[in-house]
Every structure is written in C-alpha cells, then in structure tokens.
Design a protein around this ligand. Structure first.
Ligand SMILES: Nc1ncnc2c1ncn2[C@@H]1O[C@H](COP(=O)(O)OP(=O)(O)OP(=O)(O)O)[C@@H](O)[C@H]1O
Length: 717
C-alpha cells in the first residue's frame, strides 16, 4: 500500500452534526469573508488576529448558529428583554419597523415617521398654524416668573433666545395655562423636535411656572400621612441616567424660584443604593439637603413638588416594591407584569410610599419609548393609578395593545380643534384628570396612530427640523477593511486624535488660550452588550482607556468581577463624568463636582489630554442613546453595528452636534456598497492612509506628525 503523505490526517466524522461543527470550526479559522458569512459568523477576527482578551470565549456558540436560525435567536433575546425594560429603551416593538436597508441621508422622508403637517396640529385637524412669525422671540414673553427668566439666562447666557420648540411651548403650553377660562381643563400636548434642540427646557419652563403658581395661589395639597411623597408633578423617562439628568436640569432652574425636585433614581449622599432605599429615607435625606440648598424652612412645610423617575421605579413607590409579585396585576387588566427579576421566592410586597392625589402634571419624556409596547403597560397603568387617585378612573384596554387593530373615526375636516375642545366623536379618547405632556425626537407612524386613537385632541407642536439630523452634524461612511473589525475602530479613533493634535498644534494662539487642547471624546454604539464588552477589552489591551456601559446581566457580571470599574453604577451618573455636559455651568464657575476630573485636564498647558490614561471613549448600546445631553467634546459618534431602524439611528447620531455644537461627526462603519464620501486622505482602508503618511509618533495615545511634534516640543521649552 502506498504510504500517505505525513501531513495528511484522516478524521472520521460520523454524524451530520459533527460534520457541521467541523465545517463551522474551519470557517472560524478562515479569513474568507464569504465562508464566515455562510455560517452567520460576525467578522470579528481573522486568523492572524489574536483573541481580544482572555475573558472572551474562543468559540461563541451563538456565532455557530447557521443563518437560518438567527431569527429564532432574535426572538429568544427579545423574550429575555423584560429584565432590561426599565433601563434599556427598546426599538424593537411594533412601533418600529426595521427596514432592510437604511438610507441615513433621507431621515426626514423615511416612511417610518409621521411628520405633523404643520408646526401646530391635532390628530383631528390637518394643521393649525405653520407660522414661526407669531412665536415668542425671548424668554420673557409671555412672562415667566422673574426667577425662572434669570436662571435661564444664567445657564444659557444673557443673549439666549428660545429655540423653535421652546417658542412653541411658551406660546401653546404656557399661554394655555395662563388662560383663566381654561383653568379647570387639562391640556394634552406633544413636543416633537430633533435631538439636542432644547426640549427639556421647553417642557420644564411651563411646568415649573405652573407648579410654582399653584403653590403661590395656595392651592390645597392632600398630604397623606402614610405616604411621605405627594408631588404635584411627575416626569417619566426611560432610563435612570436620563431621570437624573432631567432632575439636575430642573434643579438648575430653581436657584431663585424654590421648588423641590426629587429624582427617584438618585443615590443620595448617605444612601448607598436606590435598591433598598425607601421613599421615606429619600424624603428625609432630601429634606436635609434642600433645607441647606434652598433655604426652605423645614421638612414638613414644603413637601416634594416634582418627582422624576422611570415608570417602573415610580410604580414601585406607588404600589410598594415587588407589587408585581403573584396577584399584583396592572390596573385591572388581569395581566401580571413580568419584569424578569428571576425567582420571586422570599419576596414580600413593600409599603406604598407615594401619594398621587396631588398630581396635576405628568410629563412623558421620550414618549415613543414609554408608550411602545415594551413599556406601555407600566406607563399606562401608572397614568391609570394617578387618575384613580384623583377620583376620575380611566378604562385601561387589555394588553398587549395594538393600535393598528382598532378602527379610527374619520378625520374631521372641520375647524381646528384647540386644546380645550373635547373630542366627543371618538369613544376611545382618554381624558386624564391632569395635564399630560409628551416629548419625543421621533414620531413613529404607529405612535401617531396611537395618539389619534386615544388622544385625538392632543396638540402636536413640532419644530420645522423634526426628523432631521442636527444641521452641523457630518456623516462619514467607513468600510471594514476585513479581518478584525475592532482594528478598524481603533485605527479610526487614533486618526481622530491625530487630526485633533494636528489642529491643536497649528493654532497660533495655543500659548494664550485658557483652554487646554483636549482630544475629542468618542461615543461608540454597538447593538449588543457582549460586543460592547469585547470592544472595550480590545481597546483597553491596545492602551485606549474606555468606559463600557451596558445594562442587564452583562453589567451585573462586570460589577461583580474585579474588572467592574467603569460600568454602570446605581444611583449616580458619576461614571459618565467627562462625557455628559456639565449642567448649568455656562456662566457659573463649575463646581468641583461638575468640572472635568483633574486627571482629564493636562497639568502642562501644551500637553494634550491622554486617551491612554483617561477615558476618551465611551462604548454602549442604545441604552444611552435616548435624551442624554452629552458634552460638546464628544465630537464623534461611531456606529459600529447597523442600527435596527431609522429611529435608533437618529437617536444615536443625535448625541453629537447638539444645539448647533460645531464639528460633530457620525462615523458609520461597515455598510456595504457605501462609498466613504468624506474621505480626504485617499487610499484604501479607513481613510487613515492619506493623513497617515504624515503621521509618525505617538503622543498621548494619538499618533501625530513629526512636524507637529517638533512644534509641540519647541513650544514647551
Ligand atoms: N435656547 C437655548 N439656547 C442655547 N442652548 C440651549 C437652549 N435651550 C437648551 N439649550 C441647551 O441645549 C442642550 C440640549 O438640550 P436638551 O437636552 O433639552 O435637548 P433635547 O431636544 O431634549 O435632546 P434629545 O432629543 O436628545 O433629548 C442642553 O445643553 C441645553 O442646555
């Protein structure tokens, strides 16, 4: 018998499963994109790239799923989602229809969205006005309380003018509340405008004004002795981070006009975690702080005015923690809430601590998320509880709700309906016994239908740039070069810093500027928590310090292991310090808490900030894509995985270029067939080569040209 070549090995594969596993493993080691793609493998590494970290599994079983099963995997993942409901805005429910191919350049014409026909409209009329001319041009007309006007100028600067959505709100919300004829009628509004256009102040100003005026008028409060918190207003937001930011926004406006704002997601000074902190503890702690902060006389004399939090957290305070244990159902719907908290043994329902009888205002920020099927059962149950506490119970439809299945009455062609006009023709219309104000940067078509059905008289106030990207934001498409995609991300980040360094070096007045040259911060979005962690590990290994923020199990695991630094913490946004915009700091000297941590500010004025020692990169999922006001130093948003839909894209992209901030750029990776339009450097790859030819040495984690480097060295002497 002829001998076999020594390198030839014979392996006997018996079952089809073994055969498939062998082929998959071969594909894993293959550099061929086609072969990897055939098995649904993410292209995270080539054979020549080392594994990114010791923690990363060599073979991820999910990666081995053949394509045909990915659909089922998605469904399984969606089922796990309830555990993240409170924290992670989902864009997967029926409100959002994923498109096969997203065209990021035509956000405003996407069929996913419903753009109101004019600046002011209701569901039952085509449009009330389209004129910007008659809107307020300053924060003093219609007149706000002097303290509020002063605070807004303190924060935004003397010359600050209302943005279109703020002007609309001043005219149509504030004015409405001042109208004595309508004093006993509750309004319903939607404020819709592009990301970063000032919606928070747009609703806070009329809200704070109305709450303060009610206090000044001496409107009686029902103080329930068993429930320490009895606010006049509630603001709902989809994440704890956003709740905390909103409450800080509100407090920044209340230095002159005194009101008490409590954030349900706040970790107060002596209270280590919000998990086991009762609202009684929070109220007591708050009393001591507010007394100190605002000079109010005593805990009992001024109860809490405004409560901010996620619907689930607030519901816990209303019904007592673990109210959703067996038997705890949602407002008579017969449906129990599954929030995926695992085994519920040994849990007892806590004591209700929040009274709702005084609630005159409910604001739902990011309303398209909170009214999406993932959140709406809790959100609407809470609205129903408030209505009941105020003596006007409303009917809750059985869940899951599907607006599409209910026929709408024909649109009225008659004269426009104004907020005070009741829509009697629609039997589904809900009249809540409080003012309801929704805000959103996107109106998915199905949410519009939902509003038509349940809130036909709701007044839609929409800015002219709704559903458009911020004007100053530029788009850039970068194709994967093949192999390990994380290499492309790292390379692009270093290119950003290199260009920053070049620009800083070329500024003639660098010696005279007070501001030290800071390299850009970069916000990176991935679709999955596991990818966030993998990318974070990879960048860390390559000497780029970063903060990885995820929710759910992955975050818990990281919190518990030694490498937990930088992951999401309870009760505070401190871990996002340096990435979020400091609040109320435009004219005041930033407090120690608000200023960038000392380590991010180089001590030598000619030294650039250093991404290898201080995090310049924040990596996250859609968790942080909603509502958060990021610092203008975040000049780049990297979108590493294709967003699930246009809504997701707009919110992710909109974390940069906020309020006309200059220099924002969205870098979208890996989209097939898209030419990198903005590449100036030429050459193949990430656009690095053209400029890269100049670049030589590494400084503070960024590679900079020899020319720039020599300028820096000579200036240091
Ligand atoms: N009239 C104004 N002039 C200048 N800056 C303003 C004005 N109003 C608000 N800002 C600032 O604009 C930034 C963005 O505001 P805000 O977070 O309210 O935007 P948004 O529309 O709610 O964004 P998103 O849709 O992402 O939630 C904040 O830093 C805020 O201080």
């Amino acid at each position: 018998m002829a001998s076999l070549p020594s390198r030839l090995r014979i392996v006997c594969l018996q079952s089809p499963a073994e055969l498939q596993a062998a082929t998959c493993i071969r594909a894993l080691h293959s550099t061929s994109v086609q072969q990897r793609a055939r098995f649904g493998l993410k292209d995270t590494g080539s054979a020549s790239q080392p594994p990114v970290s010791g923690r990363r599994k060599l073979v991820d079983l999910k990666e081995l799923e053949p394509r045909s099963r990915t659909g089922r995997l998605e469904v399984a993942r969606e089922r796990q989602r309830p555990s993240e409901r409170e924290d992670e805005p989902s864009t997967s429910g029926p409100f959002y229809k994923p498109k096969e191919q997203l065209d990021y350049n035509s956000t405003s014409t996407s069929p996913e969205f419903e753009t109101p026909p004019s600046l002011v409209s209701t569901g039952s009329s085509m449009g009330i006005t389209n004129s910007l001319r008659d809107l307020p041009k300053s924060f003093s007309s219609p007149p706000l309380l002097p303290g509020l006007t002063e605070s807004i100028h303190d924060i935004l600067g003397e010359g600050a003018k209302p943005t279109p959505i703020q002007a609309l709100s001043l005219k149509w919300v504030l004015d409405y509340c001042k109208d004595e004829e309508r004093a006993f009628e509750h309004g319903q509004w939607l404020l819709a405008s592009e990301t970063g256009s000032g919606k928070s102040f747009a609703y806070l100003l009329p809200l704070l004004q109305a709450v303060k005026e009610a206090e000044l008028r001496g409107e009686p409060l029902n103080v329930d002795p068993d429930r320490p918190l009895n606010p006049r207003a509630i603001i709902l937001a989809p994440t704890h981070e956003l709740s905390r930011q909103i409450s800080s926004f509100a407090k920044s406006l209340l230095h002159k006009v005194k009101l008490r704002v409590v954030c349900a997601s706040q970790n107060n000074s002596d209270l280590k975690s919000t998990r086991n902190v009762s609202s009684r503890d929070m109220a007591a702690d708050l009393d001591s702080r507010i007394e100190f902060d605002s000079g109010k006389e005593g805990p009992q004399s001024h109860p809490v005015d405004i409560l901010v939090g996620t619907p689930m957290k607030i519901m816990d305070m209303v019904r007592g923690r673990w109210w959703d244990l067996k038997g705890g159902e949602l407002g008579g719907t017969g449906r129990e809430l599954d929030r995926g908290n695992g085994p519920r043994r040994n849990k007892t329902v806590g004591k209700p601590e929040l009274g709702l009888a005084n609630v005159e205002w409910v604001i739902i920020d990011e309303a398209d998320v909170l009214l999406d099927p993932d959140f709406q059962e809790v959100t609407r149950a809470l609205l129903a509880d408030i209505s009941e506490a105020r003596g006007h119970p409303v009917q809750l439809d059985p869940f899951p709700f599907s607006a599409a299945s209910v026929a709408l009455p024909a649109k009225a062609e008659t004269s426009p309906k104004l907020p005070g006009v009741k829509a009697k023709s629609n039997p589904n219309a809900i009249e809540y016994p409080f003012n309801l104000l929704l805000t959103s940067a996107t109106i998915p078509s199905s949410m519009s239908r939902y509003l038509d059905l349940y809130h036909p008289r709701l007044l839609r106030l929409a800015s002219p740039r709704l559903h458009k990207l911020p004007e100053t934001l530029k788009m850039e498409y970068v194709k994967w070069t093949g192999g390990n995609r994380f290499v492309d991300v790292e390379r692009r980040a270093r290119e950003v810093w290199a260009v920053d360094a070049i620009e800083a070096g070329s500024r003639r007045d660098i010696k005279n500027t007070e501001k030290k040259p800071e390299l850009s911060k970069i916000l990176i979005f991935c679709n999955k928590s596991s990818k966030v962690q993998e990318l974070s590990d990879y960048l860390e290994e390559k000497g780029i310090k970063n903060v990885a923020v995820t929710s759910g199990k992955e975050a818990k695991r990281r919190r518990n292991d030694d490498s937990g630094a930088g992951v999401r913490t309870r009760g505070s946004n401190k871990y996002l310090e340096g990435f979020l915009r400091p609040i109320g700091s435009r004219r005041r000297t930033p407090s120690a808490e608000q200023s960038p941590s000392p380590s991010t500010t180089p001590s030598n004025p000619y030294m650039l900030s250093d991404p290898s020692t201080n995090p310049h990169v924040l990596i996250t999922t859609s968790l942080l894509s909603r509502g958060l006001d990021f610092d203008p130093s975040i000049k780049h948003v990297f979108i590493v995985d294709e967003p699930r839909n246009m809504v997701d894209f707009l919110h992710r992209a909109g974390r940069s270029g906020r309020m006309g901030g200059l220099g924002g750029k969205v870098v979208v990776f890996g989209r097939s067939g898209v030419v990198d339009r903005d590449r100036r450097g030429g050459g193949k790859g990430s656009g690095f080569e053209g400029k890269g030819a100049l670049l030589g040495k590494s400084l503070g984690g960024a590679i900079v040209s020899k020319k720039v480097l020599s300028r820096f060295s000579s200036e240091r002497k």
